[in-house]
Design a protein around this ligand. Structure first.
Ligand code: C2E
Ligand code: CA
Ligand code: CA
Ligand code: CA
Length: 277
């Protein structure tokens, strides 16, 4: 029995070392990827269901290898977020995003590119200064917005608020991602002056199937409607039925396969010749 315990102990240590070495490899690989500028923005349109016009896009990172292999976010984003490598990755994305805003001629429109950020982005002014350094006459600050997931905790809320003031002052909004699924819940909404809540796919999926979860969807929508200035975007919308039910509840901004999947800028430019402008 002592022998078994010992053996299990050894195996555990070996397992942990293996995990650690895997992460060290991933860390090295991500750093190489950064050097080679392999982190690229894909864009998923957000469409107003009444007019059919594009109102903006979410920026979703893809790791595109030289040979064309595309590594999806779930294979590296969790590690990138835990290790802090998400900071240089986001920076690399932003260079392309602002260039792509110009390519689309969005500078004199109120369309936006919504970039995913993590709480660490709000713990100092680095992100703000990066964006400031990229500013030119061909795009407006409001062509960018930030979205932050409710799933990760904001350690220093006071600092986050301070940083956000800088963004708000120039016209960059904050959206709450994955609303209703995580942490800060609706407490963040007021504290952080969230402009828009993104209703998670989880609540969209159950439309027409499960009464109980439908009521979670209704309460999110009710909450948004109560706070009169709160805007909503529904995410992961796949069917016309869902689009219509959401419209009945006053949710018109739709992101999901029903309209388009995330795509590189070359495809976005062609996308129905950029959806009725
Ligand atoms: P998210 O922020 O919740 O992004 C929405 C995800 O839902 C995207 O997955 C998108 O492709 C997917 N999606 C959108 N519409 C539909 C639909 O109709 N059906 C289905 N089945 N899926 C849909 P993706 O691109 O794989 O990204 C996964 C997650 O990775 C994101 O979830 C986000 O948490 C993270 N992520 C992606 N890009 C970035 C980034 O630049 N920075 C950070 N920090 N996280 C990122
Ligand atoms: Ca998001
Ligand atoms: Ca989301
Ligand atoms: Ca989500």
């Amino acid at each position: 029995s002592l022998g078994i315990g010992f053996l299990i102990g050894i195996l555990l240590v070996m397992g942990m070392q293996w995990l650690l070495s895997q992460n060290q490899t991933l860390e090295a690989l991500i750093k190489q990827g950064l050097d080679k500028h392999e982190f690229k923005p894909f864009y998923q349109p957000i469409v107003h269901s009444k007019s059919g016009k594009i109102v903006g896009c979410e920026v979703l990172v893809r790791w595109v290898k030289k040979d064309g292999t595309i590594i999806p976010p779930y294979q590296f984003i969790p590690f990138a977020e835990d290790s802090g490598l998400i900071l240089p990755i986001t920076e690399q994305l932003l260079y392309r995003v602002v260039r792509d805003i110009q390519t689309l001629n969005w500078g004199d429109t109120d369309k936006f590119m919504s970039v995913n950020i993590v709480p660490e982005h709000l713990q100092n002014d680095d992100l703000f200064h990066t964006i400031e350094s990229l500013k030119n006459d061909h795009w407006q600050y409001h062509n960018l917005s930030l979205e932050i997931t409710e799933r990760r905790k904001i350690e220093d809320l006071a600092q986050a608020k301070k940083t956000l003031e800088k963004f708000y002052d120039v016209g960059i909004e904050l959206k709450l991602d994955d609303a209703g699924t995580g942490y800060g819940g609706f407490a963040y909404v007021q504290e952080l002056k969230i402009s828009t809540i993104k209703i998670d796919k989880m609540f969209i999926d159950v439309i027409g199937t499960d009464d109980m979860k439908n009521s979670v969807l209704s309460s999110i929508i009710a909450f948004a409607n109560e706070a009169s200035s709160m805007k909503t975007i529904a995410e992961g919308v796949e069917t016309r039925e869902q689009v219509e039910l959401l419209a009945k509840h006053g949710v018109y901004k739709i992101q999901g396969y029903v309209y388009a999947k995330p795509m590189p800028i070359e495809e976005l430019v062609e996308w129905k010749k950029i959806a009725k402008n």
